[in-house]
Design a protein around this ligand. Structure first.
Ligand code: ZN
Length: 275
């Protein structure tokens, strides 16, 4: 065994990229070029990005499947694909591209805004969100449905009642709509603090997605790479290479929700089959 003379005693060696779960963050997939928040990729660009992942031996899956695979020590060939906000264009543009590449994904939806639009983005453009029927169609297509809260509110600094409503109530609503157990949460704007994490755990979720790595990084604040229209093969390769440098904080994947007796969320589905 050799030692690195430049490394301080006890300093952690950066882990290779394949040892760290890589989660990609998408939002809308559409032909629109009016995109002030850079949340839209075209269907053609999405296809090229998925093809690049395939060419690197990676297959996109939903976050719950990704975390299960990593916990079992077989996650090296997988990458997590997430689509925030639950845009209706997912059905027309993202789903066919994912199917063509043998991928699945997690869609983080807003059950308090089903069938409405992204009214929280002041600059627009207005984009329609999935209806209840659309959410069921996405779930029936084999995609994971997670919660993005009820109304797309910033949860860092939010009061107790808001935290409970946005986490526990949104979970119960999505479970009612889809008939599936909902285990994933995603913080609007990536805004997370310890109280938000506690609310998500109490509501019975198994994991939650954030955006940036930070001191709260872990199963309830998973960092993600924002994928944009400009991300060609070279930029994706750079994002993957830089992954170990962004993760300065520990990343345990084998944690879980609070024990059943300590949860406040709806964990069983009355009258429905859990799929
Ligand atoms: Zn969002």
């Amino acid at each position: 065994m050799t030692t690195d003379p430049h490394r301080a005693p006890g300093a952690r060696r950066p882990r290779p990229a394949h040892a760290i779960p890589w989660l990609l963050m998408y939002h809308s997939v559409d032909h629109s070029t009016d995109d002030p928040y850079r949340i839209t990729v075209t269907p053609g660009r999405l296809r090229r990005q998925l093809s690049w992942l395939c060419s690197r031996g990676l297959r996109g899956v939903g976050v719950a499947e990704l975390l299960r695979a990593y916990a079992a020590g077989r996650g090296a060939g997988l990458v997590g694909l997430t689509f925030d906000d639950g845009y209706a264009d997912f059905v027309e543009h993202a789903l066919p591209a994912l199917r063509e590449h043998g991928c699945t994904a997690t869609v983080f939806a807003l059950p308090g805004r089903v069938g409405e639009d992204n009214a929280w983005d002041p600059l627009g453009p207005r984009k329609p969100l999935l209806t209840e029927a659309g959410l069921r169609a996405v779930a029936d297509a084999g995609m994971e449905i997670g919660s993005h809260g009820l109304l797309h509110l910033r949860l860092s600094g939010a009061g107790t009642a808001t935290l409970r409503r946005e986490t526990a109530h949104s979970r119960a609503e999505l479970q009612r709509v889809t008939g599936q157990r909902v285990t994933g949460f995603c913080y609007p704007y990536g805004a997370v603090d310890q109280r938000a994490i506690d609310a998500v755990r109490t509501a019975g979720y198994d994991y939650a997605c954030a955006i940036d790595a930070g001191p709260l990084t872990g199963p309830y604040a998973l960092p993600r790479s924002h994928v944009r229209q400009a991300d060609n093969a070279w930029r994706l390769a750079a994002k993957r290479l830089l992954l170990p440098l962004r993760r300065r904080h520990p990343f345990p994947v084998a944690a879980g929700p609070l024990p059943a007796g300590q949860r406040g969320g709806a964990d069983t589905l009355p009258g429905t089959v859990v799929r």
